[in-house]
Design a protein around this ligand. Structure first.
Ligand code: HEC
Length: 114
């Protein structure tokens, strides 16, 4: 076996290990943050309260904000806007508990594909 083959074998091994690690960490992070039942609870609250404006299952929001564009770092803004309302959007603070707002957040973050 010449040196080049040995180097390639080491490289392939390292790449495989790296991939496994990536898959592993991505899997646990998602599951930890948003258990499926939490996302389902959020989906139900969304269907009842938010879909008339933000679109059924977050698809095709008419004039309202596209919730698929919300990113993970916008949690506080999400909670504030939903609780207190924003411009044309009514406030939900009196209708939804903080826990329900968090379930909505889980749903928005998990998205519709998962
Ligand atoms: C009556 C229609 C209507 C309903 C119902 C509604 N929204 Fe909205 N929503 C809007 C409009 C319009 C905007 C855009 C507000 C703006 O930026 O001027 C908006 C914006 C938002 C934003 C972005 C706010 C920001 O920080 O820019 C979030 C998040 C949001 N809505 C979540 C929700 C959730 C969750 C529900 C269900 C509890 C909901 N909305 C129900 C009309 C609605």
């Amino acid at each position: 076996m010449d040196l080049r083959v040995v180097a390639e074998l080491i490289w392939a091994g390292a790449a495989a290990a790296g991939c496994a690690l990536l898959v592993l960490s991505a899997g646990t992070a998602g599951a930890q943050d948003f258990p499926p039942e939490r996302v389902r609870a959020g989906a139900e609250i969304f269907a009842r309260n938010c879909s008339p404006c933000h679109g059924t299952r977050m698809q095709n929001p008419e004039s309202a904000f596209d919730l698929r564009k919300v990113t993970r770092d916008q949690h506080d803004r999400f909670v504030a806007s939903v609780t207190r309302g924003k411009n044309q959007m009514p406030s939900w603070g009196d209708l939804l508990t903080p826990d329900e707002v968090e379930a909505l957040w889980a749903y928005v973050m998990a998205g519709e594909t998962k």
